[in-house]
Write a protein that binds this ligand. Structure first.
Ligand code: ATP
Ligand code: PRP
Ligand code: NIO
Length: 498
């Protein structure tokens, strides 16, 4: 449960949290004497999730925890020694276990800081080092970064729909297991949620926690009035009454009665929660009752299968909801349960010490990989973000300063000076040692908020968003194009015209 661990604490190694094929390849590299051949891999997704225009990078801190703790412990090795092939013999030879026992990560990792707005094809993370080591990290890095990026993005969308109203994440009960629940709470906070109902996430990550009460509280009393009065007596400083157990608007009237009593005792009604029915109509009527009763400051919290589209729609209907409780559809990324992030080899170093870019072909242009040691350069003006360029650090940025769409090379855009630009992948680990300062979650959350503000609203909209310009540096594009030609038809590529 790396994701569940607080930062800056020793973690158990999760070296076996991987697909077996990473270990079969590692074994192969070791047998061939290629274990230490330098290589570079990139972790990226191809399309932003939810048919949206952007993603929020998340999961880096838990990924760093995983990398820092990475080693094969004696009991891991003992387990690996039990694995056999189809002849019943051990999969790995004993000397490989000695190698694994001694293995310490020596990789360099560069990454987009968490909370950075990210787009398709851009590396969120780059791992460079001995090929065996880079390969071993693939599965866990994808597991951590894919999920947290997905949920942070979903949360950003939900918060965008809430337009400044606080969103409380209520997802734990329907999240995908224990770690799914904890890491969803963490990522949802990065994406902009104001609080979580998840108390352990509050303790581990310092996220504000909030809670009302359930229908069971009301049902356990003979009457709703008794239930509210008893709750107010027990917890006068946290009274949000769930008003829909029997008749919602009657429930609001009852909340007002108890609110008056609370006030006479020096406390204030925090609000009511609506959890069923027509949330637009009920919130408008509830607002009238609360205002008429002298509780214009009381909040109306709504929950019940909410997501960004329902919230947007409720806002358009004039709903008087001031706080949004969002659970299942946020913590499970209900409409897109996985981000298709991948981890691809970009280059290997040959025996002469030269880097050789590597390419994976595909029938789909978007799935043909991008070779090189990649970096992402973001261009901005005072108005906001204007475009991103993926370039190869070996070749540097071509002086033509043109980006070419990786999916459609006829689409090009020039990125002339004097735009402000910055490289998004920054050093996180060098030679296996963490070099980046750990960031408070508040800082990460604020970064996401700030970056989203600098993104044009047309790119943020839910329906058919405008595509943010991301392209390959023209030099990288030409190199990739030549590699594609050569891989498809070596003979054509070998001719002078080819
Ligand atoms: N005015 C509205 N416009 C659009 N969607 C709404 C509106 N009011 C509620 N919804 C949403 O419609 C769905 C209605 O849920 P559902 O059919 O389960 O009814 P319910 O009133 O919640 O009943 P239950 O008592 O079973 O909870 C929820 O996703 C809710 O958020
Ligand atoms: O709807 P979500 O976005 O997931 O938010 C969390 C839900 O969890 C609680 O319901 P409960 O578990 O009692 O189930 P319910 O859906 O029957 O109300 C709460 O009343 C919310 O409705
Ligand atoms: O505090 C609440 O109201 C809450 C918590 C979890 C799930 N649903 C509601």
């Amino acid at each position: 449960m790396t994701n569940a661990m607080p930062q800056n604490m020793p973690h158990p190694s999760l070296a076996l949290l991987t697909d077996l094929y990473q270990l079969t390849m590692a074994y192969g590299y070791w047998k061939q004497g290629r274990a230490d051949q330098p290589a570079v891999f990139h972790l990226f997704f191809r399309k932003p999730p939810f048919q949206g225009g952007y993603a929020i990078a998340a999961g880096l801190a838990p990924a760093i925890d995983y990398l820092s703790a990475f080693r094969f412990e004696p009991d891991d090795i003992a387990y690996l020694a039990t694995l056999v092939g189809n002849d019943g013999q051990s999969l790995f030879e004993p000397r490989f276990f000695d190698y694994l026992a001694e293995l310490r990560l020596a990789c360099d990792v560069d990454a987009m800081p968490e909370g950075t707005v990210a787009f398709g094809q851009e590396p969120l993370l780059r791992v460079r080092g001995p090929i065996l080591q880079c390969q071993l990290l693939e599965t866990a890095l994808l597991n951590i970064v894919n999920f947290q990026t997905l949920i942070a993005t979903k949360a950003a969308r939900v918060c965008q729909a809430a337009a400044g109203d606080p969103v409380v994440e209520f997802g734990l009960r329907r999240a995908q297991g224990i770690d799914g629940g904890l890491s969803a709470s963490r990522a949802a906070y990065i994406g902009g949620c104001a609080a979580t109902s998840n108390v352990l996430a509050g303790k581990l990550y310092g996220i504000p926690v909030k809670g009302t009460h359930a229908h069971s509280w009301v049902m356990s009393f003979d009457t709703e009035a008794e239930a509210f009065a008893s709750y107010a007596e027990a917890m006068p400083n946290n009274c949000v009454f769930l008003v829909d157990t029997y008749d919602t608007l009657e429930g609001v009237r009852r909340a007002v009665e108890i609110g008056i009593k609370l006030r006479s005792e020096g406390h204030e009604l925090v609000g009511v929660r609506l959890d069923s029915g027509d949330l637009a109509y009920l919130s408008i009527e509830a607002r009238k009752i609360l205002d008429a009763g002298g509780f214009s400051q009381a909040q109306i919290l709504a929950s019940n299968d909410l997501d960004e589209r329902i919230i947007e729609n409720l806002k358009a209907q004039g709903a008087k909801i001031s706080v949004w409780g969002v659970g299942t559809k946020l913590a499970t990324a209900y409409d897109q349960p996985a981000l298709g992030g991948v981890y691809k080899l970009g280059a290997v170093q040959n025996e002469e010490g030269e880097w050789a870019p590597r390419l994976k072909l595909s029938e789909q242009v978007v799935k043909t990989s991008i070779p090189g040691i990649l970096q992402v350069r973001r261009y901005e003006t005072t108005d906001g973000m204007t475009g991103d360029m993926i370039y190869d650090e070996l070749g540097g940025v071509d002086p033509r300063q043109i980006v070419v769409d990786a999916k459609d090379p006829t689409r090009r855009k020039s990125m002339p000076a004097p735009l402000v630009s910055r490289d998004l992948l920054t050093p996180v680990i060098r030679g296996g040692r963490v070099v980046a300062e750990s960031e408070p979650l508040e800082v990460v959350r604020e970064r996401a908020r700030g970056e989203l503000q600098r993104l044009h609203p047309t790119i943020r909209r839910f329906m058919n968003p405008h595509e943010y310009p991301v392209g390959l540096d023209v030099g990288l594009h030409e190199c990739r194009d030549a590699m594609i030609q050569a891989a498809r038809d070596p003979q054509v590529a070998a001719t002078p015209e080819g």
